[in-house]
Design a protein around this ligand. Structure first.
Ligand code: SF4
Length: 205
């Protein structure tokens, strides 16, 4: 159940981690009466070619659904490599808080009273960590984080993305997640990017 806006047509900033994950949240937010604006900010996506492909998919998604989209994103692979000795959970915490902080800051500066994120549709993400990061960063900016469990619509959203012909990625985004993804997905990516496993850093549990 999605909270309806106090005033019909109130704007909400929807952070888009990619195009496909935006499908179901956009549908449900619009059904609830929100005027949605998209925001793409994902410096966690590496290498740059992959970042640009997901940005292109987000732009295509926005075009197909007549969604206003703001793009403020630059891949930061070196930053991730500097944290190579820390655990998966610590990487994800950095990644999620950094992005939510940026989304909240943009929302606050631009007159949005609410924001949320398409990350909440993924069954593969640290859901509670995303909720906590959204809440903390919203409070800091004196705005509101719309906490919605979009996960029941994950499959539906992926089907919508297929119909839209959007690129659907096979790893979360950072160079660590590229290393951890199933070999049958990882190998073609490595070939395409001209990388070997030795180029990817490892991390703790
Ligand atoms: S696995 Fe995903 S959420 Fe975690 S640090 Fe990498 S890109 Fe970010």
């Amino acid at each position: 159940m999605i909270l309806a806006p106090n005033e019909p047509g109130e704007r909400i900033l929807l952070h888009l981690c990619c195009g496909p994950c935006g499908e179901y949240p956009l549908l449900k937010l619009r059904e609830a009466g929100w005027d949605v604006v998209g925001y793409f900010h994902n410096p966690n996506i590496h290498p740059e070619a992959e970042h640009d492909r997901r940005e292109a998919a987000a732009r295509e998604f926005a075009r197909l659904h007549d969604l206003e989209l703001v793009v403020e994103s630059q891949p930061r692979e070196e930053l991730w490599r500097q944290f190579s000795s820390t655990s998966k959970l610590e990487h994800c915490r950095l990644c999620i808080y950094m992005r939510m902080n940026r989304v909240a800051a943009y929302a606050g500066r631009n007159g949005f009273r609410f924001f949320t994120t398409s990350l909440l549709v993924s069954p593969w993400q640290e859901h509670q960590m995303i909720l906590d990061a959204g809440q903390v960063t919203a409070e800091r900016r004196r705005i509101n984080f719309l906490a919605v469990d979009f996960r029941p619509g994950y499959r539906e959203g992926q089907e919508m993305a297929k119909r839209d012909g959007l690129y659907r990625q096979r790893y979360c985004g950072c160079i660590y997640s590229l290393q951890e993804t199933d070999e049958k997905f990882r190998t073609p990516y490595l070939e395409e990017f001209g990388l070997t496993l030795d180029d990817l850093p490892g991390r703790g549990a």
